[in-house]
Ligand binder design. Structure first.
Ligand code: FAD
Length: 452
């Protein structure tokens, strides 16, 4: 059954040179990079804060892969981490040479970055449709408490995580069947944890990355990860199942904790994994939110009973929204491959590097060796539409390449590349596929990005 909506007259409320849709690690980086390259930028976000999964979901492990010999990305991602540390919005991360970002305080850090850079902020507006001028994307239709409004833009960056703009503009995207997607999680944090007792227990029974393989989960490592410490929690949940506190068949509750504070906050609890949910289906999202919270409450009861230090703890907060890892990807001018991320891919049109860190689809490889790959500009470019570029976890590539490029630091690399390209496309009045790559690389280097 259908209804026909009558045509509507929509007010144009704003005009900008670059419109970035979505403000996660990809979109925030894109907006700042475009503004620093000297154009007017507007950053559009459906929620009440910038930061995407960092702030809206509470994904705090920004660079938990980093070890002594890691050759890391450079540019805005490092700046995010440094700014968070300087603002007291980060704490030492337990398994790596990095800091876990405080997802709550980063909301304010992101505000500060946006304000300082002169980006026009637009929170609480949902992108619903592109403005099209033939095959060119010329802005966006948004919906909010103010109704339906239009924003005109010379270039648009899709950083929605789900490829909303690309999809609505009719360009090809790829989405796996829900059962093949990386799982969905309700993230949460606890307060009232006795840090001393908790850490004593972690040290008394240290877990490693090999422990990630249990029940229905498998983990392929390079071998070197197997004996390395991981802040992993499984045994309290096994005890809870054995005692009847958690249903016997619910063997997916387990996972990592992110940071523990002297105040007793235990944050970024990545313990609930829901399989078969499609993050672009609102019915799945509804079920996922409710089922995820139910499982999180069971996990908390299990920790209180079976994890020393957690006896007097309680729920501090759930993430503002369900954590989605895997939905649409663009079918790009170049789709990255498993070979590229496993074998140090090198590209003439590189817009940045990312260490050999692969995490997803049952693979965990940590960049302990100094190996890294480059990201080609063409992986940001959708097919069949003009004036639109992509950033973050939607860039083109196969499954295993996404297990690397979906990581937040890598999303900042593609974000910064997309932002610089959008700015240059405005200034030179060119299509994205006509831009001289050398000019993009020059501006990225000026912005402290390592290209090769
Ligand atoms: C539970 C979980 C744990 C993870 N753990 C880690 C980890 O430890 N380390 C790591 O590096 N990565 C981790 N990831 C992956 C990482 O968080 C994501 O891949 C990354 O944040 C993607 O960045 P992004 O900018 O592409 O999208 P997102 O961070 O998803 O940001 C997209 C933004 O766009 C906004 N948006 C979406 N649609 C619209 C619309 N129509 N209109 C307006 N705004 C819109 C959203 O509200 C959001 O702010 C994890 C992910 C999850 C879900």
């Amino acid at each position: 059954m259908h209804i026909d909506e009558p045509a509507r007259r929509v007010p144009v409320i704003h005009e900008t040179e670059v419109l970035v849709v979505g403000s996660g690690p990809g979109g925030l980086a894109a907006a700042l990079a475009a503004a620093r390259a000297g154009v007017q930028v507007t950053l559009l976000e459906r929620f009440g804060c910038f930061g995407g999964n960092i702030t809206a979901v509470g994904v705090e492990g920004f660079a938990w892969y980093r070890h002594e010999h890691t050759v890391d990305s450079e540019g805005l991602g490092i700046e995010f981490e440094q700014r968070a540390i300087a603002a007291g919005a980060a704490v030492e991360e337990p398994q790596s040479d990095s800091h876990a970002i405080d997802g709550e305080a980063f909301k304010w850090v992101a505000d500060t970055l946006v304000t300082e850079t002169g980006v026009t902020p637009m929170l609480h507006r949902l992108f619903v449709a592109p403005l099209m001028d033939g095959d060119r994307v010329a802005g966006a239709i948004v919906e909010s408490k103010a109704g339906r409004e239009a924003i005109r833009a010379k270039r648009v960056v899709d950083a929605t995580g789900d490829g909303d703009v690309v999809h609505r503009a009719g360009a090809p995207t790829i989405k796996q069947a829900p059962e093949d997607m990386i799982g969905t999680s309700v993230m949460f944090s606890m307060s009232g944890v006795n840090k001393t007792r908790f850490i004593e227990q972690v040290k008394a029974d240290p877990q490693t990355y090999r422990d990630w393989a249990y029940g229905q989960w498998t983990v392929e490592t390079a071998g070197k990860e197997d004996e390395m410490f991981s802040p992993f929690l499984r045994k309290p949940f096994e005890q809870a199942r054995a005692s009847g506190l958690i249903p016997e068949n619910l063997d997916t509750i387990a996972g990592t904790w992110g940071a523990i504070y002297d105040t007793g906050d235990l944050t970024y609890l990545n313990l609930v994994h829901l399989l078969g949910y499609d993050g672009t289906n609102p019915d799945h999202l509804t079920r996922g939110e409710m089922e995820g919270r139910q499982q999180a409450m069971m996990a908390i009861e299990a920790l209180k009973r079976f994890m020393p230090g957690c006896e007097g703890a309680k729920l501090r907060n759930f993430g503002m929204t369900l954590g989605i890892r895997d939905t649409r990807k663009i079918d790009a001018r170049y789709n990255m491959t498993e070979h590229d991320v496993r074998e140090q891919g090198r590209f003439e049109d590189s817009i940045g590097i990312f260490p050999e860190f692969i995490d997803g689809y049952g693979i965990l490889i940590l960049p302990t060796t100094g190996r890294y790959f480059q990201l080609p500009y063409r992986t940001l470019l959708p097919k069949g539409v003009r004036h639109l570029i992509c950033a973050g976890r939607i860039t083109g590539g196969d499954r295993v390449s996404h297990a690397a490029t979906r990581n937040m630091m890598c999303c900042t690399v593609t974000g910064q590349g997309a932002g610089v390209a959008a700015a240059l496309a405005v200034k030179m009045d060119r299509d994205f596929d006509e831009l001289p790559v050398a000019d993009i690389q020059r501006e990225l280097k000026r912005q402290a990005v390592r290209i090769h």
